[in-house]
Design a protein around this ligand. Structure first.
Ligand code: AMP
Length: 396
């Protein structure tokens, strides 16, 4: 599937390829045609799925036909729960609109409103705003809604959690009757459905199917860390968190033995489990690990194939697995039978391409954390979803 098949025109497609996006994500494939047709939409999609572009791209497409940019009169309104999200969405708009004569701005509370008012006087096509500041500026006649064609409620569930329902209702009540409504939310909980029902007459509904991996009760996150700090980080985390058990995946047999001895020096006993150890030893290690007699086991991917442990609380990808399916397979070992599990990956800059493939396979970004004292000197860039390795890319 290409962006052009979705009905997007060249200036938008060029901006996407400038960012290295070759294909739409699942939410984009589903949402863009609906929005382009002018229909209302309710979409369940989490952050990290490419949801922002799924509403921004068709809005740009629709607005680029007729440009007005009248003083204080906006044509698309995107309401977000937080200032950070407003800024982020606006940054995305500006990147995607780079070859189009459209303007956008983000407004939010907690800062001087004069530059925001001036931007509105200068003319804004797409306004991204938090609810409170929007109501405030509307009350001051700094912005008018009568030319608004599209409203987006982004992260609607968070806005409700943050108590913005009254502000949202006020905004909706002041918009033209025939406005196109788009609602995005991580979950379609009852309060979100109630909001949708009261605000939107009829809407198409889409829900981005979660991958098997994310369906389960597994908390997935990654730590960015320099390669040479991984073993110190692991000891630190084991001590700091006082983990009961962890299955630690590493790439090579040699690496497993080395890591076990590095941990030993720091007072942590871990067993290496790999094909270099005899079958009898491996069987015993497995039995002891299952019985909780061994707390930490360091396994190579190949060595661990046969490990079947129910309700393992935690897996650590000391090395990121390859290919991406192996990641899904590994983390599937935790959180079995409805139990809560945790999958933590150590990621250094040289793992970037591998991370792109894994996150593309999952269809979303994995939450990132940095551990104090282990901040990477070499930053790991943010992945490109739908990453296709060079050797697999089609020749244009
Ligand atoms: P979002 O869910 O909107 O926060 O997007 C998550 C990340 O995916 C952001 O870093 C986007 O820039 C990126 N992204 C969005 N669409 C695509 C795409 N079609 N291909 C690759 N990356 C994308």
């Amino acid at each position: 599937m290409s962006f052009s098949k979705l009905g997007l025109s060249q200036p938008v497609i060029d901006a996407l390829s400038d960012r290295g996006y070759s294909e739409p994500t699942q939410i984009q494939t589903q949402a863009i045609p609906i929005v382009l047709k002018g229909k209302n939409l309710i979409a369940a999609a989490q952050t990290g799925t490419g949801k922002t572009a799924s509403f921004v791209l068709p809005i740009l497409e629709k607005l680029s036909g007729a440009q007005t940019q009248k003083k204080k009169r906006i044509r698309a309104l995107i309401v977000t729960p937080t200032r950070e999200l407003a800024i982020q969405v606006n940054d995305n708009i500006q990147a995607y609109a780079k070859h189009l004569p459209l303007t956008s701005t983000a407004i939010y509370g907690g800062v001087d409103d004069k530059p925001q008012k001036q931007a509105l006087i200068d003319g804004v096509d797409i306004l991204v705003s938090t609810p409170g500041r929007l109501i405030d500026l509307y009350g001051q006649r700094a912005v008018y809604f009568e030319e608004v064609e599209t409203l987006v409620l982004d992260e609607a569930d968070r806005m409700l959690d943050m108590g913005f329902i009254e502000d949202i209702n006020k905004i909706i009540a002041r918009l033209p009757q025939d406005v196109q409504n788009l609602l995005f939310s991580a979950t379609l909980s009852n309060p979100v459905r109630d909001l949708a029902k009261s605000a939107i007459d009829y809407a198409e509904e889409i829900s981005i199917a979660k991958t098997d991996a994310s369906k389960k009760n597994i908390e997935q996150w990654l730590v960015t860390v320099d390669k040479d700090k991984k073993s110190a980080l692991l000891s630190h985390m084991i001590k700091e968190n006082d983990w009961d058990q962890a299955l630690i995946f590493i790439e090579t047999k040699h690496g497993a033995a080395k890591l076990a001895s590095q941990l030993e020096k720091r007072g942590i006993h871990a067993e290496a489990f790999h094909s270099g150890r005899s079958q009898a030893i491996r069987a015993k290690l497995l039995e002891d690990f299952k019985a909780g007699k061994i707390q930490y086991m360091i396994a190579t991917g190949v060595g661990a194939r046969g490990i079947d442990i129910h309700e393992l609380p935690r897996v650590i990808n000391y090395d990121l697995p390859y290919p991406a399916d192996e990641y899904v397979h590994r983390i599937g070992r935790t959180g079995r039978a409805g139990a809560q599990g945790e999958a933590i990956s150590f990621v250094s800059k040289d793992n970037f391409k591998n991370l792109c493939m894994i996150e593309s396979r999952l269809g979303h970004l994995i939450e990132r954390r940095v551990i104090e004292g282990f901040e990477p000197r070499k930053e790991v860039p943010i992945s490109i979803l739908n990453y296709v390795p060079k050797h697999k890319r089609q020749k244009d």
